[in-house]
Design a protein around this ligand. Sequence first.
Ligand SMILES: NC(=O)c1ccc[n+]([C@@H]2O[C@H](COP(=O)([O-])OP(=O)(O)OC[C@H]3O[C@@H](n4cnc5c(N)ncnc54)[C@H](OP(=O)(O)O)[C@@H]3O)[C@@H](O)[C@H]2O)c1
Length: 260
Amino acid sequence: MEQNPRENPGAPTRKYVVAMHTNIENKVAVVTGASRGIGYSIAQALLENGASVVIGSRNEKEIEAAAEALRSHSGGHVAAAPMDVRDYKQVERFIASAEREFGGIDILVNNAGIGLFSPVDELAPEQWDAVIQTNLSGPFYCIRAAVPVMKRRGGGYIFNISSLAGKNAFAGGAAYNASKFGLNGFSEAAMLDLRYENIRVSYIMPGTVETSFGRSGAANKTSSWKIGSQDVAQVVIDLLRSDPRVMLSRVEMRPSKPPR
Ligand SMILES: NC(=O)c1ccc[n+]([C@@H]2O[C@H](COP(=O)([O-])OP(=O)(O)OC[C@H]3O[C@@H](n4cnc5c(N)ncnc54)[C@H](OP(=O)(O)O)[C@@H]3O)[C@@H](O)[C@H]2O)c1
């Protein structure tokens, strides 16, 4: 589609649809927390758009099963490894395995996250540590380990999956809110540090997404008003397809019609 010069006389005409797939096909992507939920959908969308994907999460059986399901669904290149984003040595090994398997890393999706909710005066210090280490230190560890690999490729794209809880505090959310508010600030600083390395950083802030998040693995009640994990995945794809000249640094996503 070309701009109608009559709407903006003198403006150069330009194509609005950049070549599809150029920013995803044959790229190598790493997605943390991809055994289920949002991470799984993001991995699936990346595969369907032609990327090779490495997925990681703690439970070995579940991450292997996720890789198998992704492989049989998409027929694409998928590798899986158990890893804990709270442990920098494990993160380093995970990132090195991705480089070994597929020759580099172009896309990093920091998705792994947990939610432990409790009034601040009842929150155990161990719960606080687990949330902050998973949701905030984890993305730092992954970026710290992956950026040198991305630089060797000449650039890349990093996504941090934050939350609307990163701007709206709520009772019982002390640790989760702190981790996601922190992730937003961290993402913006990282974006400024990495922009001249041709590495774009975006953080996505979904509202309620239909996953088993915060439910100890139990299935969440199906509600048609909730954002789908595939909707978050679509945002990742759309941002990857955006012109490299543009930095869509922060995306807020909310259900269009939550219960009144
Ligand atoms: N669902 C929502 O309503 C919602 C809304 C906004 C933002 N988010 C964010 O979206 C992200 C994904 O959430 P989700 O709803 O898809 O959750 P989910 O269904 O519970 O999936 C979480 C994933 O993260 C992995 N994980 C947890 N701790 C980990 C660790 N220390 N190291 C590596 N992997 C770990 C889990 O596997 P293991 O347990 O096997 O490690 C699982 O694969 C989170 O960052 C969350 O904060 C969710």
